[in-house]
Design a protein around this ligand. Sequence first.
Ligand code: MRU
Length: 369
Amino acid sequence: MRTQGKHYRTIWEVPNQPGIVQVIDQGKLPHAFNTIDLISVEDFRRAIADMQIRGAGLIGATAAYGMVAATRMALASDAPFSFIQEVAETLMRTRPTAVNLAWAVRQQLDALAACASRLEWAGVALQIARRIADGDAQACRRIGELTLPLIQKIAEAKNGAPVNILTHCNAGWLAFVDYGTATAGIYAAHEAGVPVHVWVDETRPRNQGASLTAWELAEQGIPHHLIADNMGGHLMQHGMVDLVIVGADRVTRRGDAANKIGTYLKALAAKDNNIPFYVALPSSTFDLSMDDGIAEIPVEERGAEEVREMTGVLKDGTLASVRICPAGTPACNYGFDVTPARLITGLICELGICDPTESAIRMLLTVTQ
Ligand code: MRU
């Protein structure tokens, strides 16, 4: 998407500097737009684990490039294939919930295991990383095209009044390689002249909605309001939300969707108010090996300090963290929750829109692959 006066993806290779990959430092947004060089395996591991980059699709693409770094290191130090397998394990342990990470790393492992010679490793891994990054951007673009008619239909019913869309967390272009999933249709609608307005959940505790989605939407000129996480239900009861679109970190074969903590409550409120609730995801986010999302999807637990403290800028522009509770308050921090399929109106992926049922998901994934 366009920012800082030019088109950026969230991850890219530095021209004429093989082995150097750059990403936008999302830990600093919206207060500063910095990029970070990722070169060593440790750079990639840290970027994912410390959430300098985050979001299911981007985690997958970054891990794929991390595997390229592993092949370079293996060749330079004459390390065996087991070294690459260890790196794969290390990367997969960084963030457990978004399946895109394991999906990308496994693609690399399978391709590398099939190489006739270790001399092929780096070239093959680079091709796969590029394919994953490009594929993610293309999938998100297509998700936008498929979401547009849903938004257009609501706009027509409202005689051209803005369509109010509520979203949670950041399933925007920052969470993917480009366009985003939940935001892709919003960007497509805006481009097509369909009036949209977005309610942006702040998304405690890390505030990806406030820091990232609000920044993204402002950069693209999309009308929006930041809201406290608990406000969505009230807005829905008062007819101020036409549509909810969220992203996903993993969707099981029955259509249960893991997404940022708090998504489930929005789905319940949407159901109670007859508001369509869509989950937008690239096909790489389906995990057909799992059925019951609540029982089976691993939910990441993060540090208590994320709940106890908030980070922002002081009036003088300095970035600071402040404690918002008594010192020593115990805090619990599950990063994701699972929205059962019964609360989801439809799944929007690049292959089409389907019901959240096993038969519909399987048909979508097999018919079109
Ligand atoms: O913890 P994060 O920021 O990596 O969480 C991922 C998310 O941004 C959301 O859950 C998102 O809605 C899913 S789409 C990438």
